[in-house]
Design a protein around this ligand. Structure first.
Ligand SMILES: *[C@@H]1O[C@H](CO)[C@@H](O)[C@H](O)[C@H]1NC(C)=O
Ligand SMILES: *[C@@H]1O[C@H](CO)[C@@H](O)[C@H](O)[C@H]1NC(C)=O
Ligand SMILES: *[C@@H]1O[C@H](CO)[C@@H](O)[C@H](O)[C@H]1NC(C)=O
Ligand SMILES: *[C@@H]1O[C@H](CO)[C@@H](O)[C@H](O)[C@H]1NC(C)=O
Length: 384
């Protein structure tokens, strides 16, 4: 706020024709009132101008007043954010995972199809009852509505000041360790875990996003993130980058026979998948990359033989009962580094100087695979 000094004319006008004390007092008061009114008008104008600009820049998803972070009195919680199509097919596994935790240490939020209810008739674990958002939206996979749903989950979870870590999970994700291990792993790091790398050759960046999103800040990475509170706030409060993604980051539609020549135009579009770029790019634009562990905590196995399907790219392999045996799980838990081809970067997974397992979660697991995992028991790394 600018500080403006006004000098009162009355003070400088010392030499005056003698008038009676009463009249000069009234005159002086009048001048004070007028001066104050003018000053007030000017101040209001200045304030209006500067605030209408900063409101644009900082307006948030909702104008709800967020509670101040309350780290002293409450125990820090992990918010588990489930992004699902409808039900949670692996609820029985997660139920046993949460059974093993301390209810004071976590909270659960679910974004599902509007109107879907989590209760005794749809869900095998009471932890999920009534945990779906009331303001959920219809999500189209690969569209902006996906990142809109993520923002709704984060917004709701920020309402609880005890939530200090925010983990985004799909309906096919499984935990690889017990609750206590995952809790201390996440709490030990003061950073977010966000897989983020340069996306040089793929042509998903649309130059129309410039200059708000310069090409140098364009990032790619896995949708499955774990955030610290301040980064969750940056995402929920973003009112500038999200609309640009809505306009210019779109998935290229498949060739449609009925559309004829229209296909040529549609196929020229930049093939962009919002949820693989939005959070990474937004955090880079906010210069927050030194507060990240640039890796995901969620393991995915890619089917690299899928290259001929250019449009869709690689597909994650779904684990089933047969290929989710103890040896496979042990292999995944044993991974302690990740290689990023586009940056020639090897990311060692560390907790300070100690090497730790890279992955706490894995996808995509079928019910059979999850059942096998449950029968093996989700153990800590030390007793597996
Ligand atoms: C719950 O949180 C407390 C305090 O942060 C911690 O000491 C305890 O180990 C946690 N319990 C579990 C099961 O993670
Ligand atoms: C990370 O280190 C902290 C102490 O520095 C320790 O309490 C925690 O258990 C470690 N976490 C893992 C996953 O090794
Ligand atoms: C590493 O150790 C320092 C000091 O003990 C601690 O402040 C910091 O949070 C630790 N970092 C991680 C990633 O555990
Ligand atoms: C990988 O993709 C190919 C081609 O689509 C398919 O034939 C194969 O079954 C897939 N492999 C796995 C393990 O899913």
């Amino acid at each position: 706020m600018k500080v403006i000094f006004f000098s009162f004319p009355g003070r400088t006008m010392k030499k005056k024709a003698p008038v009676t004390l009463g009249r000069s007092l009234i005159w002086f008061s009048w001048k004070l009132v007028i001066t104050f009114s003018v000053a007030l008008c000017i101040l209001t104008l200045i304030k209006f101008h500067s605030s209408s600009r900063s409101d644009l820049a900082s307006a948030s998803l909702s104008r709800r007043l967020r509670p101040p972070p309350d780290t002293l009195s409450a125990r820090p919680k992990i918010a588990f954010l489930f992004l699902t199509r409808r039900n949670l097919p692996l609820d029985f596994l997660w139920g046993s995972f949460f059974e093993n935790g301390d209810v004071a240490n976590f909270s659960i939020y679910i974004h599902s199809a509007p109107g879907f209810v989590f209760d005794e008739s749809t869900t095998r674990s009471h932890f999920f009852f009534g945990r779906q958002l009331t303001n959920s939206i219809q999500v189209a996979w690969g569209k902006s509505s996906m990142i809109a749903a993520e923002r709704l989950l984060l917004e709701e979870a920020l309402e609880d000041p005890a939530n200090q870590r925010f983990v985004l999970l799909s309906d096919s994700c499984v935990p690889l360790y017990n609750f206590g291990y995952i809790y201390s792993y996440l709490m030990a790091s003061p950073r977010s875990f966000v897989d983020s790398f340069l996306d040089g050759k793929e042509g998903r960046y649309n130059p129309k996003m410039s200059p708000t999103i310069p090409k140098g800040k364009w990032r790619k990475g896995s949708q499955w993130i774990s955030l610290i509170r301040s980064h969750a706030e940056v995402i929920v409060d973003d009112d500038i980058i999200f609309p640009i993604f809505g306009l210019f980051c779109k998935r290229r539609p498949p060739v449609d026979g009925s559309k004829g020549n229209m296909n040529i135009k549609l196929q020229k579009q930049h093939n962009c998948i919002p949820d693989e770029h939005y959070v990474q790019t937004l955090l880079a634009l906010n210069d927050l990359e030194d507060e990240l562990e640039p890796r995901t905590l969620t393991y995915t196995l890619w089917n690299e033989s899928d290259t001929k399907m250019e449009n869709k790219g690689w597909h994650p392999i779904t684990f089933n009962y047969a290929n989710a045996g103890p040896r496979r799980i042990k292999e995944i838990k044993g991974i302690d580094h990740v290689y990023y081809v586009s940056e020639l970067r090897t990311e060692w997974c560390r907790n300070n100087s100690t090497l730790v397992p890279c992955f706490l979660f894995a996808r995509k697991f079928s019910q059979g695979a999850a059942m096998r995992l449950l029968s093996l028991g989700i153990k800590t790394r030390f007793d597996s």
